[in-house]
Design a protein around this ligand. Structure first.
Ligand code: DAH
Length: 361
């Protein structure tokens, strides 16, 4: 009997279906618009009148049964799917949440931001210069000729294999290099931020008010107070009628804002080839406020930076007329400032990448 065959075939297909999709396909084959069951039921038109009722009833019974089996099987398969999905990506809604560490700025960046903010508020522009510099910018243009003993004061990293013939262009995009590398001597890792003075003068001329924070490099044996890589901030102000009194005012204001209390500064004579006269600037001891303590060795003062009136040779190298303009320059150690501000006694901690240290700031 055809009806029975269709039913058995359908039951077999339903039970063998391994997914909801396969099951649906089997359902279409039997009960869809062109399914076997549908076709059989349409044949009722050709059946003898006396048997129509019985045949129709038999068809309906089979159809209902198949639909019921189909629904049950579908439910089973769907449950199995869900279970599999949950096993694949099992979530325990009662487990405690995962904590994501939020990073923060390195203490060096924090202090650099403060320095930039304070000087910006006084009208200074923030400049950048290349870390790979030419000997010309790092020394010659700053009134440090090759025979000058000051060259020995700074142990310099020279770029290996570079004998002045380098064809590659190094340097910050801020600057158009007017001379070729070969005219500028060998390449070095800059030992100071002072070369940015020359680059800024050449680019912007006078009057000029800039600071240039950045990394510098010295071939030094490292210990608690020395690193081969550290940060400086250069400053340069050029205008008419400028004197060291202006420097005193600017630095006193800067330090007062930075430390959040009234700070004093004092000058001592000092020597740097790029300034004349040259000075060393001390600031009030951050610990004892000029009373004298262990940190300032009883003097009440801490050495802070080198500075002075820009040497006419340096102005000339920057293309500035020293008969009309004069100015002062300074350079201080940003790294040292960070160490003073946070009482850090080992410079190496700052670049150690040790999170136990870094997380304290
Ligand atoms: N470049 C000097 C150094 O690295 C610091 C310095 C001293 C910068 C005097 C200046 C200056 O601009 O006028 O030790």
């Amino acid at each position: 009997m055809e009806l029975e065959q269709i039913k058995q075939a359908a039951l077999k297909a339903f039970s063998e279906a391994k997914s909801v999709d396969e099951l649906y396909e089997a359902h279409v084959q039997v009960l869809g618009r062109k399914g076997a069951m549908t076709v059989v039921m349409q044949s009722i038109a050709t059946i003898e009148k006396s048997q129509k009722a019985a045949f129709g009833q038999a068809c309906n019974v089979v159809k209902k049964e198949l639909e019921a089996v189909y629904e049950a099987r579908k439910k089973d398969l769907e449950e199995a799917d869900l279970k599999r999905a949950l096993n694949d990506r099992w979530v325990d809604p009662t487990a405690p949440g995962k904590k994501f560490d939020v990073g923060h700025l390195h203490p060096l960046s924090q202090v650099q931001n403060d320095v930039e903010r304070i000087f910006s508020s006084m009208g200074f522009a923030i400049m950048d210069g290349p870390e790979v510099e030419s000997e010309y910018y790092n020394f010659e243009a700053l009134n440090v000729p090759s025979w000058h003993p000051a060259r020995d004061m700074q142990d310099t990293f020279f770029i290996k294999g570079d004998d002045g013939e380098a064809s590659e262009e190094f340097g910050s995009e801020n600057f158009n290099r007017s001379a070729t590398i070969s005219n500028e001597g060998r390449l070095v890792l800059r030992t100071q931020t002072s070369p940015v003075q020359i680059r800024s003068m050449k680019k912007y001329g006078a009057p000029l008010r800039i600071i240039a924070p950045g990394r510098v490099f010295r071939n030094e044996a490292t210990d608690a107070r020395h690193e081969h890589t550290f940060d400086q901030v250069e400053g340069l102000l050029i205008d008419e009628n400028i004197s060291l009194a202006d420097l005193k005012g600017v630095m006193q204001e800067f330090l007062t804002q930075l430390f959040g209390r009234v700070m004093k500064v004092r000058f001592r004579p000092g020597y740097f080839p790029f300034v004349e006269p040259g000075i060393e600037l001390d600031m009030s001891c951050t610990l004892c406020n000029e009373k004298g303590c262990r940190v300032c060795k009883g003097t009440g003062w801490l050495e802070f930076m080198g500075a002075g009136m820009v040497h006419p040779n340096v102005l000339a190298a920057g293309g500035i007329d020293s008969n009309k303009y004069q100015g002062w320059a300074f350079g201080f150690g940003l790294t040292r400032l960070v160490m003073m501000r946070y009482n850090i006694d080992d410079i190496r901690l700052l670049s150690s990448g040790d999170l136990r240290f870094i997380k304290q700031f």
